[in-house]
Design a protein around this ligand. Structure first.
Ligand code: FES
Length: 287
């Protein structure tokens, strides 16, 4: 294979190295996270997408993606590996830099849109880095008068190489699964919060002892909690304080927390699962 690292400006080398390593690490990080593709985990890609709904300007797209969250998760993981590997090896760099720019733009519009000031979120910086690499590679190619990134897709050898890195991304994702790290979960009996921090009338999300997302309530009658996993197709529900209901963002199921999480709207077949909690001393604990 042609050594693409020779005779390239140092700026391109630096960008390729940093972006390539970061994207491969991004894929590895997801592949080895035992919760990333596991419904019910707070790290679950579907739970992450649900969390972005309230602030993202592309919430209407994310809402559709949540239904296929596991598939999207595989796509993101393999895509990150493939983009990182392609840029390190030097395959269709103009096209890959554009794909990296697109991926960073989607992450910005979903995950870091609400970060203020904007420079504290990394996705805008990655958009600029990918765009700079795209323009540098393009200028280099223009100086050699050698096609453009669309012509890459008409070249069978380039397409085969791209398929090769996608295949390597799939293999790397499965290898990562063999090195899965488990996420620490709170033990039953450990404090969720204290009564002082959680007065009557409060609501909060917490991680149940099995690692799944849950919602805690405190009323004058005491404390109670439910699993936040929708009984329809497993999206994560959240409490809407204006409606006083737990709402699922995927297909609109609504549960009434004051009536044992009974379904009051939408396609959910059964109430949310209750989680046993109690006040012990100054703490609120799962029992
Ligand atoms: S997953 Fe369909 S309504 Fe919640």
């Amino acid at each position: 294979m042609k050594n693409t690292w020779k005779n390239q400006p140092p700026a391109i080398s630096l960008l390729r190295l940093w972006l390539g390593i970061t994207w491969v690490y991004g894929g590895w990080n997801k592949a080895t996270d035992s919760g990333f593709l596991s419904q019910g985990s707070p790290h679950y890609i579907g739970a992450q997408l649900t969390g972005y709904l309230t602030s993202s300007p592309i919430a209407f797209v994310l809402r559709r993606m949540i239904e296929h969250a596991t598939l999207i998760g595989w796509g993101v993981m393999i895509g990150e590996f493939a983009i990182g590997l392609a840029i390190l090896v030097g395959i269709s760099m103009e096209l890959i830099a554009f794909a990296g720019f697109g991926m960073s733009a989607i992450l910005w519009l979903s995950a870091t849109w609400s970060v203020k000031p904007y420079f504290l979120g990394s996705d805008t910086a990655y958009m600029v880095l990918w765009l700079a690499l795209f323009l540098l590679v393009r200028a280099q190619r223009n100086s050699r008068k050698k096609g453009n990134f669309i012509t890459d897709l008409k070249n069978r050898r380039e397409v085969l190489k791209l398929a090769g890195v996608a295949g390597a991304g799939i293999v790397a994702s499965f290898v990562g699964k063999a090195f899965k790290t488990s996420n620490p979960t709170p033990e039953a009996g450990s404090a969720i919060t204290t009564t002082a921090k959680f007065p009557v009338g409060s609501t909060m999300n917490f991680q149940a002892a099995d690692g799944s997302p849950a919602v805690l309530f405190r009323t004058s009658a005491g404390v109670f909690a439910y699993s936040a996993i929708c009984t329809h197709q497993g999206c994560t529900v959240s409490y809407d304080s204006s409606q006083h209901l737990l709402i699922c963002p995927c297909h609109g199921a609504a549960y009434d927390p004051t009536k044992s999480a009974a379904v009051v709207a939408g396609p959910a077949p059964t109430p949310l699962a209750p989680i046993k909690v109690a006040i012990k001393g100054n703490n609120i604990v799962q029992i």
